[in-house]
Write a protein that binds this ligand. Structure first.
Ligand SMILES: *[C@@H]1O[C@H](CO)[C@@H](O)[C@H](O)[C@H]1NC(C)=O
Ligand SMILES: *[C@@H]1O[C@H](CO)[C@@H](O)[C@H](O)[C@H]1NC(C)=O
Ligand SMILES: *[C@@H]1O[C@H](CO)[C@@H](O)[C@H](O)[C@H]1NC(C)=O
Ligand SMILES: *[C@@H]1O[C@H](CO)[C@@H](O)[C@H](O)[C@H]1NC(C)=O
Length: 832
């Protein structure tokens, strides 16, 4: 099969795309859909790491046995030729004896030709249940010539990749950065003495350029007196660094830089990461930069494409001219006739661009080019070469699937190609059909249900449409506790009885807590542990907010301390009246809303933590139903911080309200502590944000859930076809795309909340993106190909803290920290 990285991962792409369908409106669906299709077809002659993910032939045998070798093997039956990844097979390569932490045993694969490698997949030895050996971690060495070996490093410099956790599941690792190589060594790594076995597949595509190294002056730093603006060095270069020589790096990694060189497509790396850049007046570059390119064999070159920045407002321009010399053979000298090319300089359009330099069919194994500066800076992010044969690259691309000599004859491929195309078309038709069907079901359900009750309940809608996949269709992961089919299609029946997790939408229009299932079918007065407060002692002061079925009022509660008795959780009030927040259900609320309100009371009454807003008492013996919670006099954190500046001599002198860094850290710790408490009870908050954190005068924080009911913050929520409102800028990708809310998605929101705190809530998250763009960005988080836009590092924020935020935004749920971990990590900062 000529499949992408692995059939399971590409099919899950389809499924999750379709899953998202009903959680979002029609435009969003089309966006996601178009993105999917566009990404599948975009490729303009350059290597695109996102699509260069073909299996290279371990599993299907295109890599021959004699090309797979090893430093040692244990038995005949665990020799290197058995190291082929297989869904059901049981063979594997195992190095001899126990693997010690100091050992360097390896499995070596000769791919037969230079290959752009993007993914490695590994598996353990299963042997019909009798084997149980696998490699928990491994390193990767690679070599283009079989002589000099280099160790692969990720963008942060780490060399060890995580391997398998059990003997049968395969685990794939994306190589960021990808590598150009012919030989690959997988080196299992262990911390304790153990036996290991491996099965392997490698993924990538043919490296048509044939480029094996480029030499150039090392990129430079862009400084302003006192501080660094951008580092334009070649940080992934795999040769020597002083003058870049003998290696490949960022100019060949397939990552095309953005128009603004200060921004990067990668994880939050440093400004200028994607570019290699030089200044015109430094020692190595007097008015021009000389680069030399070496190829594996002689070629007739048609052109060279140089992706160059042109941000002239910062003194960057494409080169004004380039002169190239050619060396036809290794032993020959440089040819006398250079090719000279003058570019048309462009002072209007600051976009980064590919400049195509014609090379006039010159024959060469090495090319030397001198690029002349047009301004103070010159910056390149990619360079590629086109040669005679590779012009029709669409066809050669499919040939890349057969890297070894034993490839089947050419005409065998056409049926496979056609088969693939037909499959893709069928899948698309199916998906379109599914969308239409989904919308139909949604509409029917809307009509059937009480029109008042279906408002703002996205959960049930999502549920209806996700059901066939999430519940019945076998897609469900064990932790996707969306719903049961029963619950989906009989949403007017008591639907919480059968599931492990119940999600409630606060009837006041505030957030939905997800809670461990209650064992009762309906709630009565006796289930509620909070005491009944005499209604007439609540004196209305101000309306705080309003939701679908209720209102939140600020009230004075006469005699509340006496009512609650000794040890009551009220703050000291220095003789003043006790202010409380009163959530009240409207008289016209539906029975469902009423029931949910009672459940919310029950849930709230079980929460008892210093950093969670507390339920004080209730009025449920007569209508309207009320719950009385603590009120915090400093209002919410968003309001509090947005009115303040960082503490400085200026703020002291002018009496401007200010906060200190240690205040901010103290706030963060409290929020993590409150959330750790919720997590310990398996509560999912779903709307953690600074607007939902309340503050008292001593800056004690309590987490609440009023945000959504307040008009003030309506721009923080995204309205889906007028039905549900979602805080998309705080939501994890899986919550938006899959409707999946977990403690891990709360952790994501916590990261965004931290970001708000350290920007003093002066800016909405992703303020430059529209709601639609935020949702598109979610798709990028899901695809994780480095195109996603992260929140920037707030200038106030210590780097270690920003790293913590970035971990909260990990694509994979297990990579995100826990709240307990966050609390432990934040706490030591406070008393510095
Ligand atoms: C891997 O490469 C490093 C150089 O980066 C070398 O020191 C080491 O010996 C290599 N290991 C193997 C097993 O090839
Ligand atoms: C490139 O610059 C960055 C940021 O200044 C630095 O951390 C990194 O070590 C440099 N890389 C190399 C290979 O010099
Ligand atoms: C560098 O560029 C600036 C601005 O274009 C120019 O004034 C200066 O002469 C250049 N220096 C060299 C060494 O070319
Ligand atoms: C390059 O082109 C010349 C004719 O212009 C031809 O003789 C030669 O075989 C070609 N070389 C390659 C490597 O294609």
């Amino acid at each position: 099969m000529t499949s992408f990285s692995s059939s399971s991962s590409s099919s899950s792409v389809f499924f999750s795309q379709t899953c998202s369908v009903c959680g979002c409106d029609r435009r969003t669906i089309m966006h996601l859909f178009l993105l999917l299709i566009l990404h599948a077809t975009a490729a303009d002659g350059q290597i695109d790491p996102a699509h260069c993910r073909y299996a290279l032939g371990m599993e299907d045998g295109r890599i021959r046995d004699q090309d797979i070798t090893a430093s040692s093997h244990w038995y005949q039956t665990t020799g290197p030729q058995y190291a082929r990844l297989e869904p059901d097979g049981d063979g594997a390569w195992c190095p001899e004896g126990q693997l010690e932490p100091t050992d360097s045993q390896y499995l070596q694969v000769d791919l037969g030709r230079l290959t752009f490698m993007t993914v490695v997949g590994t598996q353990g030895r299963f042997a019909r249940n009798s084997g149980n050996e696998f490699a928990r971690a491994y390193r990767l060495n690679y070599s283009r010539d079989g002589v000099t070996w280099k160790t692969w490093k990720n963008r942060l410099g780490s060399t060890v990749m995580e391997g398998n956790r059990n003997a049968y599941t395969s685990v794939i690792n994306d190589l960021h950065p990808p590598i150009v190589t012919r030989y690959v060594r997988l080196i299992p790594v262990t911390r304790v003495s153990t036996t290991v076995c491996m099965r392997v597949e490698l993924y990538g595509c043919q490296w048509d350029d044939g480029l094996i190294s480029y030499d150039a002056p090392e990129g430079q730093l862009m400084m302003r007196p006192g501080y660094l603006i951008a580092s334009l060095n070649d940080s992934t270069y795999d040769g020597t660094h002083e003058r870049l020589s003998g290696g490949l790096g960022q100019l060949t990694d397939g990552v095309v830089g953005l128009d603004d060189f200060l921004r990067s497509r990668q994880y939050h790396v440093w400004p200028g990461y994607d570019y290699l850049g030089w200044r015109n007046d430094s020692a190595g570059t007097q008015g021009s930069v000389e680069m030399e390119f070496s190829f594996e064999r002689q070629k007739n070159f048609t052109s060279m494409k140089v992706h160059s920045n042109n941000m002239f407002s910062r003194g960057v321009k494409i080169f004004s001219s380039v002169t190239c010399w050619f060396k036809p053979r290794l032993t020959a000298g440089w040819g006398a006739e250079p090719v000279v090319f003058k570019t048309v300089l462009d002072d209007r359009n600051p976009s980064a661009r590919y400049v195509t330099v014609p090379l006039n069919q010159q024959t060469a194994t090495s090319i030397r080019c001198r690029f002349t500066f047009a301004d103070v800076w010159m910056m390149f992010s990619e360079i590629s070469f086109q040669s005679g044969k590779t012009n029709t690259n669409k066809q050669t691309n499919t040939q890349t699937i057969h890297p070894s000599a034993s490839a089947p004859p050419d005409d065998g491929k056409t049926p496979v190609l056609i088969g693939c195309l037909v499959t893709i078309i069928l899948l698309l038709v199916l998906i379109i059909f599914f969308i239409l069907w989904c919308q139909y079901v949604c509409k029917v359900l809307e009509k059937v249900r009480n029109p008042a009750a279906n408002q703002s309940n996205l959960q049930r809608l999502t549920c209806v449409c996700l059901c066939p996949l999430a519940c019945g269709g076998g897609y469900a992961e064990p932790d996707v506790t969306q719903c049961t089919p029963h619950q989906c299609f009989h949403s007017d029946a008591p639907h919480y009885a059968e599931t492990d997790i119940v999600r409630l939408q606060g009837v006041t229009g505030s957030n939905m807590y997800a809670v461990p299932a209650l064992t009762v079918d309906s709630l009565t007065r006796k289930d509620i542990s909070a005491a009944e407060f005499p209604r007439q002692q609540l004196i209305f002061r101000e309306k705080l907010g309003e939701g679908q079925f209720g209102e939140v009022h600020l009230c004075e509660a006469e005699g509340l301390p006496e009512f609650l008795g000794e040890g009551s959780p009220l703050p000291e009030r220095d003789g003043r009246a006790v202010l409380v927040a009163v959530k009240q259900l409207r008289a016209d609320a539906t029975a469902q809303a009423r029931n949910d309100f009672l459940k919310e009371i029950k849930i709230m009454s079980r929460l008892n933590d210093a950093n969670i807003i507390r339920l004080l008492c209730v009025c449920v013996t007569s209508d309207p139903l009320c719950m009385v919670t603590e009120y915090m006099e400093n209002g919410d954190l968003h309001m509090f911080l947005s009115q303040r500046e960082m503490e400085s001599t200026l703020t002291h002198a002018n009496n401007i309200p200010s906060v200190s860094l240690s205040d901010l850290l103290h706030m963060s710790v409290q929020i993590s502590s409150g959330m750790a408490y919720l997590a310990s009870l398996n509560f999912v908050h779903r709307d953690l944000a600074s607007r939902n954190c309340l503050l008292d005068r001593r800056l004690t924080i309590k987490i609440a859930d009023f945000g959504m009911s307040r008009n003030l913050y309506s721009s923080d929520y995204y309205r889906i076809q007028g039905r549900a409102v979602l805080p998309i800028r705080w939501m994890a990708w899986e919550s938006i795309l899959l409707g999946k809310f977990t403690t891990a998605s709360d952790v994501w929101a916590f990261g965004v909340t931290l970001w708000e705190i350290f920007t003093l809530c002066k800016e909405q998250p992703y303020s430059l993106l529209s709601d639609q763009q935020v949702i598109q960005n979610t798709g990028e988080f899901f695809r994780n190909q480095g195109r996603q836009i992260f929140l920037y590092a707030p200038p106030l924020c210590p780097p270690s803290l920003f790293e913590l935020m970035m971990r909260c935004w990990s694509r994979d749920l297990p990579d995100r920290p826990t709240f307990e971990g966050l609390f432990q990590a934040l706490r030591p900062h406070v008393h510095q």
